[in-house]
Design a protein around this ligand. Structure first.
Ligand code: ADP
Ligand code: ZN
Ligand code: ZN
Length: 825
């Protein structure tokens, strides 16, 4: 039987019933030109409509192939995504149970890939190299001379050479042309006017020959241009202090040319100062050397740098990167939502300048595409960004560094609901790169893996210059109540703020706000209603006036008086940053107060403005949420107040103790970074809780040992995996019935697989913690499952939910599946 080659093609068709690869035959003469990761045009469906798709696999095929259609055309001269990235997206699809398209979109260029085109430009030095061309190449090149900047697609219309693609690649290799990807619509290129001399071959005297000697400005401009290649009009007018009309006159005289030139949209501000290299401390040096010697040996290992706040982790990253790029490889650095930590960006750009691409969520589409292209075309060696920067399309990746690895923003809430740390780990395995995680408060899961020796642990227990960690004092708010102080500020915090104002130092007040989740607690004794089975706080639901456990579904009537002390001060908790701002302004009318939370920072750059005012000392008291805990380094901040540690402690989440420990340690790390000692005041109704006591003394190891025992006892990660299915839709009745059907179908399937034992770890269906969201009713089924059973369970869920999602039973119903969710709220 004859052998042929076939390609698997994913077509960009949004309906989920085409979410599978389609098989197409490759014509003999196309074989040389087609690669995995290129876009193709294929006939699709009954009418053989021509649509664009992407090749994900090419293989030899020996069986019956008459039923397949042929690929019509190949659109790219080079793959727009690498084979490794395709593999990574497939892994995500399997692991997170997402669609092919959703998973592929993450690794593809930003924007609509149907609108991407390759453009061909002449290189300046083409004249010197034209002698090397064969007659066919010459023919193509003649078209390019007449059409500088032509798209590959249009070139194909002008030249029907069968080997056009290879000839273009050869022209590029010979150095006559350069090709670049550009996206056609929506994303507009930015142009600026440029000026250069028309005739560069003449001497200056000749150039000035027919210029009036009194036309000083004209002469000045010509002299200026004589010494340079080209300059933007803006720059020219500024440096020579002339007006546009003078340059226009020179253009009319045929002396200079004014033309439009594409400028790359550069999202990085220009005013970043150089960030000089520090001489490493002994501990820093040990880290850099250990990691780098591993890399040199070609091992691609995983490391966790556990370094207290202010121990100089960033300098370690910077020096590692320097070595990596010197060896010809590239580096990715992930930081929690980058726009919030301008100080971090400044350090990377300040050290490596133009070699850094910055990727964050506030980039415009155009900026995003430019940064993607700079990475793809090897113009930069370092990408710094938030979560999705893990997909930066480097082709020779050496290292992925993830700062503040404990942060929950590394987990995506969109499909596929990937965890950037897990994806980074996978990418490093596929591409032979090393992974470095860094934090002062490792996540329990990551630290556990250092104990299993899956990740190598490096510890930094000293702050730079041996600065002390700030003193943390814990205020028992129950005692405040006893003293008759019903205010949200304890007497100690009030006095400390007053003192700080007097000394012209800055204060940060922190509140962890989760508006929708409320727990019931006693202000007199600190009692919180928890579920006996799950050891998490129960959540108050206003509508039904009930307390519910979101892990096992148990529900209770809320107590009228405290079951422990009998006090009537038992109520649901919840104060917002606004309320605090109001109180503070009341108490300290003379202070300059600013508030930083989602409401005040939704506009682009508004948080930077607040942070800059803070930096310049124009704010005395900054009130904020999570945002202010990350990576900020203000030398004048000497007091940090945590208004209510309980809001994180009593979240209905098995990670609440961990979050509280992290929060106190990280927020504490913001104080006393300059020359003055810092102080942290923590207010709580639960001062003896281990997470608070151990954070107070900066005892990470003790905290870990306590917490890991609880995780084992109550069966939580890292000992098991959690799977969460939310079933939602606009009609309540349908949602409830669907949730019940999903549940019973899963049980049936498990019985078929002879795994009835897994059923006892299915919880629900229950109404989700957010029962109604954007007019959708939401029900939830939760699974706890041993690592070994994860694949089996996922297979069952896929069959029941995904493969059936189009069935009539689930009309108007959607599924939201999350593997190891951050939280189940
Ligand atoms: P971390 O990220 O561990 O909290 P940073 O990287 O922010 O710590 O470092 C804290 C401070 O110490 C920064 O201001 C940094 O510039 C400075 N620093 C880092 N390494 C050194 C060093 N080897 N010598 C002197 N200063 C250093
Ligand atoms: Zn009580
Ligand atoms: Zn429970």
């Amino acid at each position: 039987m004859m052998k042929k080659f076939i390609a698997q093609v994913i077509v960009d068709n949004k309906t989920s019933n085409t979410d599978k690869p389609y098989t197409y035959l490759i014509k003999e003469e196309m074989l040389e030109d087609i690669r995995e990761g290129m876009r193709v045009v294929v006939p699709f469906g009954m009418g053989n409509r021509l649509i664009k798709g992407i090749v994900i696999n090419i293989e030899e095929y020996e069986k019956e192939f008459t039923k397949f259609k042929y690929i019509e055309d190949v659109l790219d001269d080079k793959p727009i995504i690498s084979k490794e990235m395709i593999d990574l997206s497939f892994w995500m699809r399997d692991y997170y149970l997402s669609s092919y398209l959703d998973a592929l979109h993450l690794v593809m260029p930003p924007g609509n890939i149907k609108e991407i085109n390759t453009y061909i430009n002449l290189k300046k030095e083409w004249k010197e190299k034209i002698g090397d061309l064969g007659p066919k190449e010459k023919e193509i090149f003649d078209i390019l001379i007449k059409n500088d900047g032509i798209s590959f697609e249009n070139l194909k219309k002008l030249n029907k050479d069968k080997n056009l693609r290879r000839k273009v690649i050869s022209l590029e290799e010979k150095g006559l042309i350069r090709t670049t990807l550009e996206i056609d619509t929506k994303i507009r290129k930015k142009y600026e006017r440029y000026v250069h001399l028309c005739n560069r071959e003449v001497l200056l005297d000749e150039l000035l020959l027919d210029i009036d000697k009194r036309a000083n400005k004209q002469i000045e401009i010509l002299e200026f241009l004589y010494n340079i290649d080209e300059i933007s009009m803006k720059e020219l007018l500024r440096t020579t202090n002339t007006s546009l009309s003078v340059v226009k006159t020179l253009e009319e005289k045929g002396k200079v040319a004014i033309y439009e030139k594409e400028v790359l949209r550069d999202p990085i501000p220009d005013d970043i100062c150089k960030y000089n290299k520090h001489e490493l401390t002994k501990q820093q040096k040990y880290c850099v050397e250990t990691i780098y010697s591993d890399i040199k040996k070609g091992k691609c290992d995983k490391f966790l740098i556990h370094g207290v706040t202010g121990s100089g982790k960033t300098e370690i990253y910077l020096q590692l990167i320097e070595k990596i790029i010197a060896s010809g490889k590239q580096a990715i650095v992930l930081v929690p939502e980058i726009s919030l930590t301008p100080q971090t960006v400044e350090r990377f750009v300040g050290r490596f300048g133009d070699n850094v691409a910055v990727l964050h969520s506030k980039l415009s589409n155009g900026e995003r595409f430019d940064e993607w292209r700079r990475i793809k075309e090897d113009k930069v060696k370092i990408a710094v960004g938030a979560r999705s920067a893990v997909f930066a399309p480097f082709n020779n990746l050496g290292i992925i560094i993830i700062d503040e690895e404990h942060e929950n923003s590394y987990k995506s809430s969109m499909n596929p609901k990937y965890d950037a740390i897990k994806v980074a780990e996978k990418r490093c395995e596929i591409e032979g790169a090393s992974l470095v995680l860094g934090t002062a408060t490792p996540s329990i899961e990551t630290y556990y893996r250092t104990k299993l020796s899956e990740i190598k642990l490096l510890t930094l227990d000293e702050r730079i210059n041996n600065k002390n960690l700030p003193m943390m004092s814990i205020i028992d708010m129950r005692e405040e109540l006893d003293k008759g102080n019903k205010s949200i500020l304890s007497i100690e915090l009030y006095k400390a703020i007053e003192e700080n104002l007097k000394n012209k130092k800055q204060t940060i007040l922190f509140l962890n706000r989760r508006g929708y989740s409320t727990f019931v607690s006693c202000r007199k004794c600190g009692y919180v209603v928890k579920c006996d089975n799950c050891d998490v706080s129960m959540t108050y639901h206003f509508k039904e006036n009930k307390l519910k456990c979101h892990y096992c579904g148990m529900s209770l009537k809320p107590p009228e008086v405290c079951p422990k002390c009998g006090s009537k001060y038992i109520k649901y908790f919840g104060i917002g940053t606004e309320k605090i701002e109001e109180t503070i302004k009341n108490y300290f009318p003379q202070a300059r107060v600013a508030r930083m939370d989602l409401d005040t920072t939704s506009k682009k750059n508004s948080h930077i403005k607040i942070l800059n005012r803070m930096k310049k000392g124009e704010i005395d008291i900054l009130i904020g949420t999570q945002m202010i805990t990350k990576g900020l380094d203000f030398p004048l901040v000497t007091l940090v107040g945590i208004i209510a540690a309980d809001t994180s402690l009593n979240l209905p989440d098995f990670r609440s103790a961990e979050r509280t420990f992290q929060l106190l340690t990280q927020v504490g790390g913001r104080a006393g970074r300059g020359d003055f000692e810092g102080k942290v005041i923590v207010q709580t109704y639960n001062p003896s809780h281990f997470s608070i006591q151990m954070a107070k003394n900066y005892e990470y190891n003790e905290f870990y040992e306590t917490e890991i025992m609880m995780r084992k006892e109550f069966k939580y990660p890292p000992f098991i995996d959690i799977l969460d299915i939310v079933i939602y839709g606009p009609e309540e009745e349908r949602v409830i019935n669907s949730a019940k059907k999903v549940h019973s179908d899963i049980v049936k399937q498990l019985e078929k697989e002879s795994r009835r034992d897994l059923v006892e770890n299915i919880f629900g269906p229950n109404p989700a913690p957010l029962e109604k969201l954007k007019n959708n009713y939401r029900w939830q089924i939760l699974f706890k499952c041993n690592k070994n059973d994860l694949d089996l369970l996922k297979g069952v869920i896929k069959r029941v939910c995904i493969d059936n999602s189009q069935s009539k039973h689930y009309k108007g119903i959607k599924f939201n599946i999350d593997v190891n969710p951050n939280s189940i709220l």
